[in-house]
Structures are given as C-alpha cells and as structure tokens.
Design a protein around this ligand. Structure first.
Ligand SMILES: [Cu+2]
Length: 264
C-alpha cells in the first residue's frame, strides 16, 4: 500500500503542544480531557505543597521548641480528644476533596456517548496500524529512520503516514494489539491507554486545536518499543472530508505515488 502525505499535511504544520527545554508542567492541552487533567494536576499541586509545608513547619517547631536543651523537662500527658478528632477528620476531608474531581475525570476519560467518528488503533511490534471503520480506510504508520529526518522534523517522533483527525469532533478511540501490550499515548490529548491483544479498550478524544501532535508507545513492548512514534494531524472538518474522499478514490489526483517508502 502506498499512501502519499497530502499537500495540506506538509511539513509546515504548527505544533501547538510540544516539549520545550526547561519546560515546567505538562504539555499544553489540546482536548477537554487534557484541560481537566491539567486543572486537576494544579489542584493536587496546591494540596500537596500545603501539606508538605505544614509537616515541615511542625518538624521545625518540634526540633526547635522541644529539643533537650530548650525543653529539659518534657510534659507527661498523653491523648487529646480534640486534636485527635482533627487529625483524623482533616485528612478524610482532604481525600474526599481529591476524590470528587478524580472520579469525575476518570469517568470523563472513559467513553463518549455521541461519537462523530471512530478510529481503531492497533499496536504491532513495532508500528501502529490505523483503521477508520466509518470510511473503510486502513494504513500503517512506520517510524521515520534517523537518516531520513529532514530539517525541522523531530528525531524518533516522525512516521511515514499520519493519523488525520477533524478538529472539534468527538473521536471514539478503540485500541487493541496483535502481539504484545502497547499503549497509544498523546500527551496533548490526555490519552494514554493500553492496547491489549485479544481485547478492545475504549477512550475518546475531541481535538480542539489545529496542528500536529506527537506521541509515543508508552508500554514497554520489546526491542523497538522506542521506535513506535505517533503523529496526529488535526485538520479542519473540510480538509478531513477531502482527505477521506482522496483515500477512497484510488485514482484521484491526491493519491499521487508516495516517495520511496522508508527501508523497513
Ligand atoms: Cu509498543
């Protein structure tokens, strides 16, 4: 099977979410799930920072006020009902505070009721196969070897064929594998799910930004695990429809023969 890179998916696509040097925090969100993940992450960061500082303060107070020199005759009392109720109830409240958004996020990621389209993702040692069951499109995506990386491209992250998704559409993601467990992951989408042979896992994404998004196989799957990059081009709905039409009509001009396929 020969597939060309469509003209509008040429090398100059923007990358709204990409790791940068000295980056703090997570990649920029490009889906509602990732936005929720980032706000949950920020909430947790506040809570754990406050707890850590509080415990550190207690330790410092104990070390200064109650060391042998400062406090030669220690008090003998034990038990204090009020403080024991507080240090039991407060952690429970904090855990409840964390649990509510945590479960909400878990169920948000789980599945989408009203999907506009379906993308089936199959992990193989060591490349990805993609199927668009609604449009009967199937192709493989093979990592671009270092020698073929062009200026501006990203080593170990490029593939010969790209996943094309329409912007602002609910995409059901079905994941499976043919050999061992892989995991399809795009940080900007907040998607990371195991591709398990013999079963189908489901999640979803609603890409909210146009551009090119990168991911990698995230389950150690063998010797070429690190050579299973993922490239997703999020395009306008019109461009997506044109791409599907081009794939369906084998003789269409958009289906010009690809350049020499990478040696694999
Ligand atoms: Cu893999």
């Amino acid at each position: 099977m020969l597939f060309s890179v469509p003209a509008w998916a040429a090398d100059e696509m923007p990358t709204p979410s990409f790791p940068t040097e000295w980056q703090m925090g997570l990649q920029k969100a490009a889906s509602p799930v990732m936005e929720s993940m980032i706000s949950f992450h920020n909430l947790l960061l506040v809570i754990i920072t406050a707890i850590s500082l509080f415990v550190l303060a207690l330790l410092i107070i104990c070390a200064i006020r109650f060391n042998e020199r400062a406090n030669p005759v220690p008090a003998k009392w034990s038990h204090n009902t009020l403080i024991e109720v507080i240090w039991t109830a407060l952690p429970v409240l904090i855990l409840a505070l964390v649990a509510v958004p945590s479960y909400r996020l878990l169920y948000l990621q789980d599945r989408i009721e009203q999907a506009d389209m379906t993308l089936k993702i199959v992990g193989n040692q060591w490349y990805w196969s993609y199927e668009y069951p609604d449009s009967e499109i199937t192709f493989d995506a093979i990592a671009t070897p270092d020698k073929d990386i062009k200026p501006g491209q990203h080593r170990m992250l490029e593939t010969d064929n790209h996943v094309i998704l329409p912007v602002d559409s609910n995409v059901r993601l079905l994941m499976t594998a043919t050999d061992v467990i892989h995991a399809w992951a795009i940080p900007a989408f907040g998607v990371k799910l195991d591709n398990v042979p013999g079963r189908t896992n489901e999640t979803w994404v609603r890409p909210t930004k146009l551009g090119r998004f990168y991911g990698q196989c995230s389950e150690l799957c063998g010797v070429d695990h690190s050579f299973m990059p993922i490239v997703v081009d999020v395009v306008s709905k019109e461009a997506y429809t044109a791409w599907v039409a081009g794939k369906k009509a084998p003789a269409a001009p958009a289906e010009a023969p690809a350049a020499a396929p990478p040696a694999h």
